[in-house]
Ligand binder design. Sequence first.
Ligand code: 5AD
Length: 331
Amino acid sequence: MNKLLTRIQSGILPSQEELVYLLSQDDFSEIYALADRVRFENHGDIINVRAILEFSNYCKRRCRYCGLNAENKKVFRYRMMPHEIVQVSVRAWDAGYKTIVLQSGEDSWYTAEILGDIVKKIKAQTEMAITLSCGELKDESFAYLRECGADRYLLKHETADEDIYASLHPCGSLEERLHALKTIKTLGYETGSGFMIGLPGQTLFTIAKDILTLHSIPIDMAGIGPFISHPDTTLGSMPNGSTELTKRAVALTRLLLPKANLPATTSLGVINASEKDHIFSCGANIIMRKVTPQKYEEHYNIYPSEIKVNDILEERKILEKQIKSLGRVPV
Ligand code: 5AD
């Protein structure tokens, strides 16, 4: 194992089999320690805090794991108006956030023109970096939004196994997803992807392929989180993904992509709050905080969660305290 780790550290890409071998170790502590060191060497002790605004929960897709899928009639759907999105973003800036993620379901109400306008208005009033996370768009829309000033785009590939991808996504294919990611990368966006741990049919080989897929783009950011079963989806009776395996995948991703931004995903904290702290010792260096107004946030249930959002400024203070208690520096 040590030889393999040394090889990876010198920049040689491991094979899928080698990653499976590492993922299946009985004792992972050495790899966690190494990932932690690589994180420190590349990012120091800083934990970057990012705001996320969930501006619409309308979605035309039918992803089988997601509580917001178009077929879930139990969801109260909301759409924030552009001026409100800009207003909340400016408040996040005032609270100290330097990056905001604007996320929604795939909602065609927001044309590229409308989204572009929102981006331009936020840029005119703040110096925030803007990440868009609005699903798959046409190539020309990705290009237009980049021209409007969007800095980053987050589009998880969800799973790198074609068959699993097809069985979970009646509205799209892995090929289309990867095409979109490559377009995003080519346009000069900081590119975010990621995947879920514990999807039905997934094996360690799938996870190894997921990690290699991140490397092949190559991504600048990757959100890796456990699948959480949502009772109002067809996967409602499936077990949740493993937090241990999630941490292992994050640690190995850190070794393959030392410079990448790797968040502690919200879903990890939903299953186990202390695991979310622990993942910062396994390679993660980013955390996102919701700034979605509460009246909307309670309807943005991708998966069931008890986590409540308070006032933007209040939340920010609590988070900074938590980060400092881990011996790290919030930025
Ligand atoms: N469990 C965990 N993560 C989920 N996502 C969607 N549904 C679930 C679920 N049931 C993740 C997907 C998506 C992101 C916004 O949330 O990875 O890209």
